[in-house]
Design a protein around this ligand. Structure first.
Ligand SMILES: C[S@@+](CC[C@H](N)C(=O)[O-])C[C@H]1O[C@@H](n2cnc3c(N)ncnc32)[C@H](O)[C@@H]1O
Ligand SMILES: *[C@@H]1O[C@H](CO)[C@@H](O)[C@H](O)[C@H]1NC(C)=O
Length: 236
């Protein structure tokens, strides 16, 4: 065997599996599943940075949340696959000169490699008030048409705790919407299902005219991950 490493993005965690290292049973199971996964193949073929691109593509195919000219905030954007999809869909590069040009801003705690057509705010915590100020200063119109969030905290493995942490992140986004989401705007957020999902769902229902729960095909079957798609923001 040659001395090489395979760099894999599993759920966009930057996991490295060394072939020379003796792998544990879990790593073997994970690697095998990864290599068989049709979405992983498609990710490579279509040059997306992460297989999660297909979740957004699937949601957008069905509900048409992104279109040329829209401005989008992508929360938890690293490594950048959702931003890649958003750049294409909102025509952020002006690739289609006959359609309006949109805008994509991605924010993450992590660094993100540059992407043509997107503006990134890396090493920024969305829950930090300084981040909100930075976002506002970067938005051409001060507000966005859509807030997307594929954010996830580092999982501790304690299901209840992870669930609660992600729900609080999402509730924070609902507050953020007050400052930066245009009336009639859209909020799409990932959550891990659990007893507090209802709290988030109810809050969304107060603030948006339409709230749907989605489980994309591209989400792994063994994951408790779902998305709330909230549309037609009531604004203030
Ligand atoms: C599943 S990954 C996102 C993958 C991304 N949608 C893509 O397609 O490339 C989740 C990201 O959320 C980020 N994140 C978690 N908590 C955050 C926070 N408080 N502020 C900003 N980003 C956060 C993590 O750093 C991680 O990169
Ligand atoms: C997850 O852990 C990594 C490494 O410790 C850290 O850099 C990153 O900020 C953490 N992400 C979250 C969402 O807490």
């Amino acid at each position: 065997t040659s001395n090489y490493f395979l760099h894999l993005h599993c759920r966009c965690l930057h996991t490295t599996v060394g072939f020379l290292k003796k792998k544990t049973a879990t790593e073997n199971w994970w690697l095998e599943r990864h290599l068989k996964d049709p979405f992983v193949k498609a990710t490579k073929q279509q040059n997306y940075r992460c297989r999660s691109a297909f979740k957004l593509l699937e949601i957008d195919d069905k509900f048409h949340i992104l279109r040329p000219g829209l401005s989008v905030l992508d929360c938890g954007a690293a490594p950048g696959a959702w931003s890649q999809v958003a750049v294409e869909k909102v025509n952020a590069l002006g690739t289609d000169p006959s359609a309006p040009t949109g805008f994509v801003l991605g924010v993450d705690l992590m660094r993100i490699s540059p992407l043509e057509g997107a503006v990134f705010l890396p090493e920024a915590d969305i829950t930090d008030p300084n981040t909100l100020r930075a976002i506002q200063s970067l938005l051409p119109a001060g507000k966005v048409d859509a807030i997307l969030s594929d954010m996830a905290p580092n999982a501790t493995g304690i299901k209840d705790l992870d669930h609660q942490k992600l729900i609080s992140l999402c509730l924070g986004l609902v507050n953020l919407a007050q400052s930066i989401l245009k009336p009639k705007g859209t909020l799409l957020c990932k959550f891990w299902d659990g007893h507090e999902s209802r709290v988030l769902q109810n809050r969304l229902k107060e603030q948006f005219r339409e709230v749907k729960t989605l489980k994309p095909q591209a989400s792994r079957k063994d994951s408790s991950e779902s998305y709330f798609l909230a549309r037609l923001y009531k604004g203030k």
